[in-house]
Design a protein around this ligand. Structure first.
Ligand code: ATP
Length: 308
């Protein structure tokens, strides 16, 4: 089960005032009413992001500790004494077996859930000590399933920063590689995208989501590369925009594609809720451990030449 269901992406990527997103309100309310009830501490202060260092320290987490309904009980902690430190500006790819805890690891950072024990900090500040508003402003999230509301393309991009100027929106579109497409439309940025963006292709929707995050300009980025529904060409274009987006930001990628893994500064293999090994692709292959086995299982054969 991925936590990164689309409305959460919208929740974290949008700011607190949704003035432009009138059509998005209904969905947003639904999300807010079903999101786990996490409160700001009394007297919580705003997160001060300086470099963008992320630190998971001895983190344990279980879904049964939070009220999510029936049927999720599991004796084994989903996150089990996890340590993970990510340097400012570093891109780390999380790989590992399904159910190993990659998505959960990511969802704890914007505090969709609270850790049971241990701590997660950004630039030395525990995420539980800062306001959620400032926390979510510092983190951008891009995933495969993009949630667009039935407004114009311009409004959908501006969702990343309510009140953004037309110039800022166009600049974000340019960096996300979707400006030419938008300008080719008779109504340009005023083109209505349709219910949930139905008039756009999967790749176009993704690039709108990427443009949102460019506009938001967070220091920290979470990319969920869940199985891609894109054809090769759009996948490549999206991939390029994502690489550009990750530049200069501390980035955690739930990685499925070989090309991503290859480009990451480091790879962390997550299994049974822990980082069982970490290093560059070459280092991990040479070590012949979990990653090497995983890699052989997933990628050997037809696509292995990509890593030559
Ligand atoms: P995948 O590669 O399949 O996306 P993953 O490594 O991201 O897997 P998680 O999605 O973090 O793994 O799942 C870790 C464990 O937590 C699994 O046992 C999963 O069933 C459980 N889990 C995930 N999301 C929820 C949820 N919202 N409620 C209850 N249990 C969940």
């Amino acid at each position: 089960i991925s936590l990164f269901c689309t409305p959460l992406e919208t929740l974290v990527n949008s700011a607190e005032t949704y003035q432009k997103a009138i059509a998005g309100f209904k969905r947003m309310d639904e999300v807010l009413s079903t999101a786990p009830d996490i409160q700001d501490k009394p007297g919580a202060t705003d997160l001060q992001v300086t470099a963008g260092a992320v630190e998971y320290h001895d983190v344990c987490f279980n879904y049964e500790d939070v009220e999510l309904g029936e049927g999720y009980a599991d004796e084994r902690p989903v996150i089990d004494h996890m340590d993970l430190s990510i340097k400012p500006g570093q891109t780390i790819a999380l790989v590992g077996p399904s159910g190993g805890g990659k998505s959960t690891t990511c969802s704890l950072l914007p505090r969709f859930y609270d850790v049971a024990t241990g701590s997660i900090s950004i630039d030395g500040q525990d995420v539980r000590d800062v306001t959620q508003q400032s926390l979510r402003r510092a983190i951008g999230l891009v995933q495969q399933d993009v949630y667009l509301f039935d407004g114009t393309i311009g409004e959908n991009i501006a969702y990343g920063k309510p009140g953004a100027t037309a110039e800022e929106i166009a600049e974000a579109a340019r960096r996300a590689n979707i400006d030419a497409f938008i300008e080719s439309l008779p109504q340009g940025y005023d083109t209505v995208v349709g219910e949930r963006g139905s008039r756009l292709s999967g790749g176009q929707k993704q690039r709108v989501a990427i443009a949102r995050v460019f506009l938001k300009n967070p220091k920290i980025l979470i990319l969920d590369e869940a199985t891609s529904a894109l054809d090769n060409e759009s996948e490549e274009a999206v991939q390029e925009s994502l690489e550009e987006l990750a530049r200069g930001r501390t980035t955690i990628i739930i990685a499925h594609r070989l090309s991503t893994i290859k480009h990451a500064d480091e790879i962390a293999t997550v299994e049974h809720g822990r980082v069982v090994e970490r290093g560059t692709h070459e280092e991990l292959l040479a070590r012949g451990g979990t990653y090497a086995r995983y890699y052989r299982m997933q990628f050997e054969g037809a696509r292995a030449h990509e890593l030559d």
